[in-house]
Write a new protein. Structure first.
Length: 131
């Protein structure tokens, strides 16, 4: 039986200056991030050793740095940067990132605007083959 384990970081809130409109970049706003990493955590579950698992704090800090850092036009770009960081760890098989922007100028009410992406180890190679 193949194990499918997940590490979850949900409801991370950071302040960033992202968006297509100058006002979004000038004023900034809160962004909420959820991250789900598909991993093989079998070794860590038996060893109870920190070095045998994915570093949750490193993932959190990367998301914080990305959202609070250099402005981006698109949420898709930010989500990709977070997934790319997570996939640097060989134990991470895939990364799912949901990025929500709750305060958006829209013609009607909404809870949030956002994106969800899922990236795996071979996704960049497949993307390069299409180009």
């Amino acid at each position: 039986m193949q194990c499918v384990d997940r590490i979850l970081l949900n409801g991370l809130v950071f302040f960033g200056r992202h968006g297509c409109h100058a006002a979004e970049r000038d004023l900034g706003q809160k962004f909420t991030v959820d991250i789900e990493l598909e991993c093989d955590l079998h070794e860590a579950s038996h060893s109870d050793a920190l070095e045998d698992t994915v570093d949750y704090v490193a993932i959190y800090n990367a998301a914080k740095e990305i959202i609070e850092g250099e402005p981006a036009m698109l949420l898709e770009s930010l989500a990709q940067r977070i997934a790319d960081f997570a996939l640097q760890d060989d134990r991470v098989l895939s990364a799912w990132v949901r990025l929500r922007k709750p305060h958006v100028a829209m013609p009607g009410p909404l809870d949030y605007l956002g994106v969800e992406i899922t990236r795996g180890r071979d996704d960049d190679e497949a993307f390069e083959d299409e180009a």
